[in-house]
Design a protein around this ligand. Structure first.
Ligand SMILES: [Zn+2]
Ligand SMILES: [Zn+2]
Length: 165
């Protein structure tokens, strides 16, 4: 069972609001700057594929717990935000009761490398990298793109991923 479904099961049981029976689940999106978001209309927690493939597992788990807290908040209150109501759910879910990645809560790793051709995050670093890195996927996907060309040289920028909610 995936980490996301395991957490959904565990928290539904221990917190006594069965999100599974109420129709909640997960899906994957292709967003490049949003790690995860909670969609109450579809009862879906959506996780970003470009990020879940590169981020450390602790960051993914924190995101899932953060978004599950929004799901509990929606189910019990009919809406959600980052108020005290959500913070209480966040603590019950084992998430930091903080709106993530705003102001002082900078995400780890500190730097990401984005491929200018495919737009995906292809590397993450805790310190600014001193040499060049290249997308390993694009040269294989496109015949006219060579392995160490400028078009696949990763653009290093500060990690600005966030949660939409
Ligand atoms: Zn690429
Ligand atoms: Zn949030």
């Amino acid at each position: 069972m995936s980490l996301s479904n395991r957490l959904l099961n565990e928290l539904s049981e221990t917190l006594d609001v069965n999100l599974i029976e109420r129709g909640w689940g997960f899906d994957i999106n292709e967003r490049k700057t949003v790690l995860g978001f909670c969609n109450p209309k579809d009862k879906t927690i959506s996780l970003s594929l470009p990020y879940i493939t590169v981020l450390p597992i602790e960051e993914i788990e924190e995101t899932i717990r953060h978004e599950l807290a929004h799901a509990f908040d929606f189910e019990t209150r009919g809406r959600s935000d980052h108020s005290i109501h959500w913070k209480i759910w966040a603590m019950r879910c084992g998430a930091k009761p903080e709106r993530c990645y705003k102001g002082k809560n900078k995400p780890n790793p500190k730097y990401v490398g984005v491929c200018p051709t495919c737009g995906n995050v292809r590397g993450t670093w805790y310190r600014k990298p001193r040499r060049n890195f290249y997308c390993a996927v694009c040269p294989r996907a496109y015949q006219n793109v060579s392995a160490y060309s400028k078009s696949v040289k990763l653009l290093i920028r500060e990690n600005d991923i966030e949660h939409l909610l």
